[in-house]
Each structure stands twice: as C-alpha cells, then as structure tokens.
Design a protein around this ligand. Structure first.
Ligand SMILES: Cc1ncc(COP(=O)(O)O)c(C=O)c1O
Length: 392
C-alpha cells in the first residue's frame, strides 16, 4: 500500500513555508499579498529583478512567433546572441545551455578534448577548496565537496583540489598532467570569497607557462553582479573558457559556455549538444538582458550602489560585535556572524521582517539584490538587518 504523502515533489529541498505569486522589481508578494524585499534574487538569478518590463515584452513577442526548434536548424537569435556575447567578452565561440552545471560540463569536455586533440597527456583538472560548480557528475567530481557528493560515488577521476587563493600550494600541485584550472572569481556557495586579483593574475601566468586551459566559473558572479560585466575584468585577465548562467536570463533558464577559438579547436559536429540550449525563447530574453546590463551607465551604477551598500554594512560591522566580517564584491556580499548566531537563524529572522537573503557556507549570510536595486531599498534592508541584530 502507498504511504500517505503530502507532496509528490521529490524531497530534495528543505521545508518551505513561504509561497509567492507575484514579483515586481526588487519585491515579491505572497498569496496573502505580504510584501518581501528580495535580496536573494532566486540565488543571484533575477539580475533585473522580477518581471522587468523589457523582458516581459520580448518574451511575449517571441512566445507568439516561435518557442522551440531543434539545433538541426539555423536559429538566427542564437547567432545574434553569440555574436553579442563575443563582442562583450574574451570569447570567440559560445555553446548555449540551460543551467550553470551544464555550462561547467561543456567546459570540462572542452578541456579534456583540447588535450586529447593535441595529444598532451594533460587530463587532470585542478579546482579549489570551497568551490561550487553544480550538481551533475562532472561538477560534483570537480568540486570534491562531500556535502554534495556523499552517497553518489564513484565520482569521475582526474580532478585535484588545493586551497583557494594560495599561490604556493598551487605551484606544488601543478604537474605535467595538469590540463585545466577551474575557478570562481568570487566563490558564491563557498561563502562569498573573492579571489585575490593577484591570485587570478597568477593563474593566467602559470596557465600560459604550462599549456593549461584556464576556466572561470562566473555562473554566480558574472553578468554585472560585481559591477563589471564579468568579475574577472577587475583583475584584467582573460580566461580560455567561462561558464555563465543565473543572471544571464534574469529568471529564464539559460546558461552558456564561452570559449576562445584555440580552446575549442576540437569541438566539431557531434562533439556536444543540447535539445533546448539556444532556443528562440531563451535567446530573446538573453539578448535583452545583455543589452541592458552591458550598458556602461548601468554597470557604473551597480558599482556606485554596491560601494554604498558595502559602506553601510561596514558601519553595522563596527556597531555590532556579533558581526565578525563583511565580505564580497559588488552586489554579492556576505555577513559573517560569530559562531553562536547561525546564518540560518539570521536569515530566518530577516525573513520574519520581510527581507529575503540566502545562507552560504562558512556561516555567511548572503546578500544578492537585483542589480536594479535603489538606494532606498538598500537603506530599507540596512534598517531591517539593524533591527534584527539589535534584538539578539
Ligand atoms: C558558481 C556556480 N557554478 C555553478 C552553479 C550551478 O548552477 P545551476 O544550479 O544552474 O546548475 C552554481 C549554482 O549555484 C554556482 O553558484
């Protein structure tokens, strides 16, 4: 006999209490019309907030023309979006996916096939402690974090891991078999930890020296979140490959793996594929998101407002001893509280005061407002955080 069930959804997510049925800008509304300030943004996804009028318009228009055709046919909008991404980045070629983890898989395949093509024997890939690259087997094997992979073994071989931001340890682990390095310029799930700019520069130098492909995971920190279109631009270095997702679609499931011509030399007809990747609906949204975010004035504004947010959070840090650190960059910021106040509890109390945030590793409370956030909304969030901390 079947057990009585309350939900038929596989129980892979925690207990849910809130339900939203409307979103506008930086706000979400519950079924009871309660208003929440959304500084979670669907985990750094809703880059342009909820239901941005320009995105609603392009999605509506496209939905009346054509939703899906296979990649067996020419998709004009896919060509257009790839060209636009290339114009705005280091990349020559783009493979479209539907999520971050798929973009990572594509990049891992490109690294392996590049070295196979050149017969270098370099089939090992280095990743960093605290990394999060997704939930598929390539990503699980790359990030080597038991929290996500326990019970799912055996993982794929050929990955090594070393401390993040540690040049000396990295030098020691690199061997003649090292073919790729995957790094998040700002670790998100790992606790909002930015890579030192010096470290990123070093990764480029050592990759050049040893014929290694450098693969940036900008799934969480890309698409304007850092105040530049891609966060590696702060270090003035270019990768060979880059995974993007989340903010690229502002809520529409979309991702991409960007590559130089050199890195993807062996990717030919049949090397890789996706049924949905690059479909007209996703492309129409992606093009519009990129047009908005790549605007210099828009990016300057993110930079300005994020510096203001940072300053206000630093004031809280000096006022409340329970805060041990404020860290991050741009509009991907984290508050670390000392160990007797957990980030889960912190996030819960903020939620009770109508501010949505997301916990990350290392007892970090993550703040990732939509990139369209206004000063008055930053001020409102600060007041709520202050009230919650004052009541502890
Ligand atoms: C840096 C990074 N890479 C990859 C992923 C996986 O993305 P997705 O959940 O869209 O597969 C995430 C998701 O949080 C991420 O933060």
């Amino acid at each position: 006999m079947k057990r009585k069930q309350t939900s038929c959804v596989m129980p892979t997510y925690g207990k849910k209490t809130l339900q939203f049925n409307k979103g506008r800008g930086c706000y979400l509304y519950t079924t009871k019309n309660e208003k929440y300030l959304d500084f979670a943004s669907g985990i750094a996804v809703n880059s342009l907030g909820h239901c941005h009028p320009r995105l609603v318009k392009v999605l509506n228009r496209q939905s009346k023309e054509l939703w899906h055709v296979s990649n067996l046919y020419l998709i004009k909008k896919q060509e257009e979006f790839a060209k636009l991404l290339s114009k705005n980045s280091f990349a020559d070629k783009v493979f479209f996916t539907n999520s971050g983890t798929e973009s990572i898989e594509c990049g891992i395949k490109i690294i392996r096939s590049y070295h196979h093509f050149h017969n270098t024997g370099k089939n090992e890939i280095i990743t960093f402690k605290g990394a999060f690259h997704g939930r598929t087997y390539g990503a699980l094997s790359a990030q080597r974090n038991k929290k996500y992979s326990k019970g799912f073994g055996p993982l794929l071989s050929g990955f090594k891991q070393v401390e993040f931001n540690d040049i000396d340890k990295l030098k020691k682990i690199i061997s003649k078999r090292t073919g790729g390095i995957i790094v998040e310029p700002i670790q998100g799930e790992g606790g909002i930890r930015p890579a030192n700019l010096k470290f990123l520069k070093f990764l480029r130098e050592i990759s050049n020296k040893h014929g290694i492909l450098l693969f940036f995971d900008e799934v969480q920190c890309g698409f304007g979140r850092s105040g530049k279109l891609f966060s590696h631009e702060w270090a003035n270095v270019k990768p060979d490959l880059m995974a993007v997702a989340k903010g690229i679609g502002s809520g529409f499931p979309l991702g991409a793996c960007l590559s130089t011509n050199k890195a993807c030399i062996s990717m030919k007809t049949g090397s890789h594929g996706s049924t949905y990747g690059g479909n007209p609906l996703a492309m129409s949204v992606g093009i519009e998101v990129l047009k908005i975010i790549s605007n210099k004035e828009f990016l300057n504004n993110i930079d300005k407002i994020s510096r203001y947010f940072w300053k206000e959070l630093k004031k809280l840090e000096s006022e409340f001893s329970i805060i041990s650190e404020v860290r991050g960059a741009g509009l991907l910021l984290g508050i670390k509280t000392n160990s007797n106040f957990s980030n889960i509890e912190f996030s819960k109390k903020l939620r009770e005061n109508n501010l949505l945030t997301v916990p990350a590793a290392d007892n970090i409370l993550r703040l990732a407002p939509p990139l369209i956030v206004k000063y008055k909304e930053i001020d409102k969030s600060i007041l709520i955080i202050k009230k919650v901390l004052g009541n502890i």
